[in-house]
Design a protein around this ligand. Structure first.
Ligand code: NAX
Length: 328
């Protein structure tokens, strides 16, 4: 058997953790021939529930699952990690201002970044799912100075997948026939889902976008506010779809995106498309040789520019706030 890949999952006892861990252990994160060792990181109050999940994982007798360890200390949890899925975060409580939320999450993602810096494997790849995902990823990356910045990413794949399905439904084609949608900016209600460059069963996405009422009245708000709609309907936030998106993100990162398509991910900006360098922003990306690359050369209309800029402005505000708090 080849050496197992160490996958650290934070928030392992939460809803997304429960939907995620079984799929990782089944081989869907890295591939059907890659054994994995799970390292579950929780806060002390979450450890008992994580132990229960570990018992269930054992009871699945997954052939690829080489072991499960549970931790409540980030230093131990990230020791030797090859992949880090940072799911656990502090939700916004009643009366909590955005500054309080950023500060509370800084108290989680700063020590986790430091722990990754101290003990993760040289090939560590990090996906931050816990909200506010982009800025949490920026905090973790900034506190891991010895790890290349491009190993830290924030999840916008769920938004991307949501956009694919909305486009497919509108066009009346199977979702497998929709390619090259893009999510720009922040994983928040300001995000900009872009259909202009899409390939919709061989037709340009711009044809769908020509219907302004659909574009601005349905498509963009449906994708951007889908999280709230799920909470409204289910009484709980997206969990299985978020876990699925995390699996898609890491699988593509490691194994490459298919030819003729791209996906979306929050990555550190290199200044492309006027997004300030160093900001953790979502772009259309391809994965080649185990690294994300921003899709270059897309023509950005005034309509798109305005929306990208608005979401990027929110990211700049969040970055400035966490800088002011001494978190980055
Ligand atoms: P849950 O509240 O069910 O689970 C969170 C878990 O994290 C809990 O078990 C808690 O004990 C643990 N935790 C808290 N602080 C921790 C720490 N410092 N170290 C380790 N574990 C810690 O939330 P769940 O529904 O699983 O959602 C997790 C996060 O994903 C939330 O921040 C949520 O907002 C975010 N989401 C992000 C999405 C995205 O697309 N980027 C979509 C889905 C989801 O809303």
């Amino acid at each position: 058997m080849t050496t197992p890949v160490n996958v650290t999952v934070t928030g392992a006892a939460g809803q997304i953790g429960y939907a995620l861990l079984f799929r990782i252990a089944a081989g869907q994160l890295l591939g059907p021939d890659v054994p994995v060792r799970l390292r579950l990181l929780e806060i002390p109050q979450g450890v008992k529930a994580a132990e229960g999940t570990a018992m269930e994982l054992d009871d699945c007798a997954f052939p690829l699952l080489a072991g499960i360890d549970i931790f409540d200390d980030p230093r131990a949890g990230f020791e030797g990690a090859n992949v880090g899925l940072l799911v656990g975060a502090r939700p916004r409580g009643p009366g909590m201002e955005r500054g309080d939320l950023l500060e509370a999450n800084g108290g989680i993602f700063k020590p986790q970044g430091e722990a990754i810096n101290a003990g993760a494997a040289d090939d560590i790849r990090v996906l931050v799912v816990g909200n506010p995902a982009n800025t949490n990823a920026l905090i973790a990356a900034s506190n891991a100075p010895d790890v290349p910045k491009d190993r830290f990413t924030a999840m916008t794949r769920l938004d991307h997948n949501r956009a694919l399905t909305q486009v497919a439904k509108r066009a009346g084609v199977p979702v497998s026939e929709v390619r090259k949608v893009s999510i720009w900016g922040n994983h928040s209600a300001t995000q900009y889902p872009d259909v202009f460059h899409a390939d919709v069963a061989g037709r340009p996405g711009a044809e769908l976008a020509a219907d302004q009422a659909w574009l601005t009245g349905e498509f963009i708000p449906t994708v951007a506010k889908r999280g709230a709609a799920i909470i409204d309907a289910r009484g709980a936030s997206s969990a299985a779809s978020a876990a699925n998106a995390a699996i898609d993100h890491v699988f593509d990162w490691v194994n490459g995106t298919p030819e003729g398509d791209w996906t979306s991910a929050g990555i550190v900006s290199d200044g492309s498309y006027g997004v300030p360098e160093g900001l953790m922003a979502s772009f259309p990306v391809v994965s080649r040789g185990g690294a994300w690359e921003i899709v270059q050369g897309l023509e950005i209309s005034d309509f798109s520019r305005e929306r990208i800029d608005a979401s990027v402005a929110e990211l700049v505000e969040e970055r400035d706030a966490v800088r002011g708090l001494g978190l980055i």
